[in-house]
Design a protein around this ligand. Structure first.
Ligand code: AMP
Length: 284
């Protein structure tokens, strides 16, 4: 694997591959890689000729009181994991390379960026959109693969691609979980053993609610309440939101219908760590 730090250099490499008719896929990450990230790289290798993983802890997507400074970092370990899996290129820019001192541009998004994650993290998606748009332009990728774990993020980027007519196809990859069901996340390393154990209730609540939905519970409030009650059984856990939406439009229906595809989304605090998870349900 080649490691590239300069924008101009990776852009030139991508340009050369594209002139040979090769397809490029980008896998954006903030590093501290786990099996979820690795699953994206494995899938990426099946889709395109050249896989570019990007590793950049993007300061612009963190709010002032968030964990930018203490976000876990281990470049050496990330590099060896990527080597092992056979990633072609790692784009590893500095903050100065991405945002030089005269950087002036921001992006302001509307729509679904104002709800759920956007309520707690009001500037988050503007920062995500900015970095993702830069990474798409830098890598000239034909495809990008993103995780379902960040479902709202996927839909926000999808809207960005549509609204700005970006020539890139997005692919959603399933959530990879720990043995106790907790969605893998770089932030899981903040959890104490007790917190890690109690956090398994998040996935448990999603699995349980999926059963009652398939057995005919279609009222949104009841669905949300059911999940919240299960989450409340873990004393270390504090709910930020539990919400059920129609997929893609994020419509908050009072009652869903058979045949609807819905998503139950959870954000909660486990001690000082904020975790998110979700499940997509095709109502039979
Ligand atoms: P991050 O490094 O947290 O910004 O994540 C980079 C990419 O990996 C995003 O597209 C995430 O949705 C995806 N991802 C994070 N956690 C998981 C997981 N447990 N399973 C699958 N994909 C994941």
């Amino acid at each position: 694997m080649e490691i590239i730090n300069q924008i101009k250099e990776i852009q030139q490499i991508s340009y050369n591959f594209k002139s040979q008719g090769k397809k490029i896929i980008v896998v954006p990450t903030m590093g501290y890689l786990h099996k979820g990230h690795i699953s994206l790289i494995i899938k990426a290798k099946e889709i395109a000729d050249i896989v570019i993983c990007t590793l950049f802890v993007n300061p612009k997507q963190f709010g002032p009181n968030e964990d930018f400074e203490r976000y876990p970092r281990d470049e050496a370990r990330d590099i060896s994991l990527l080597e092992e899996i056979g990633c072609d290129y790692l784009f590893l820019p500095s903050a100065e390379e991405m945002y030089p001192t005269d950087f002036d541009t921001s992006i302001s998004l509307g729509g679904i960026t104002k709800i759920l994650e956007g309520t707690t993290r009001p500037t988050h998606y503007d920062g995500v959109a900015l970095v993702v748009l830069k990474l798409f332009n830098i890598t000239l990728a034909d495809y990008a693969i993103l995780g379902q774990k960040d479902y709202q993020q996927f839909m926000v980027i999808s809207k960005l691609v549509d609204d700005l007519n970006l020539n890139i196809k997005l692919i959603m990859a399933p959530i990879v979980r720990e043995e106790n069901g907790l969605a893998m996340s770089s932030r899981n390393r903040y959890l104490s053993e007790e917190e890690f154990n109690q956090a398994s209730v998040i996935n448990k609540s999603l699995q349980e609610v999926s059963k009652i939905i398939q057995s005919g519970e279609l009222f949104r409030n009841n669905i949300n309440k059911y999940v919240s009650e299960i989450l409340k059984s873990s004393p270390l856990l504090k709910i930020d939101y539990v919400e059920t939406i129609l997929d893609k439009t994020f419509e908050l229906k009072e009652q869903f219908k058979r045949g609807n595809k819905i998503v139950v989304l959870i954000a909660c605090w486990v001690g000082k760590t904020r975790l998110i998870d979700n499940i997509i349900i095709d109502i039979e």
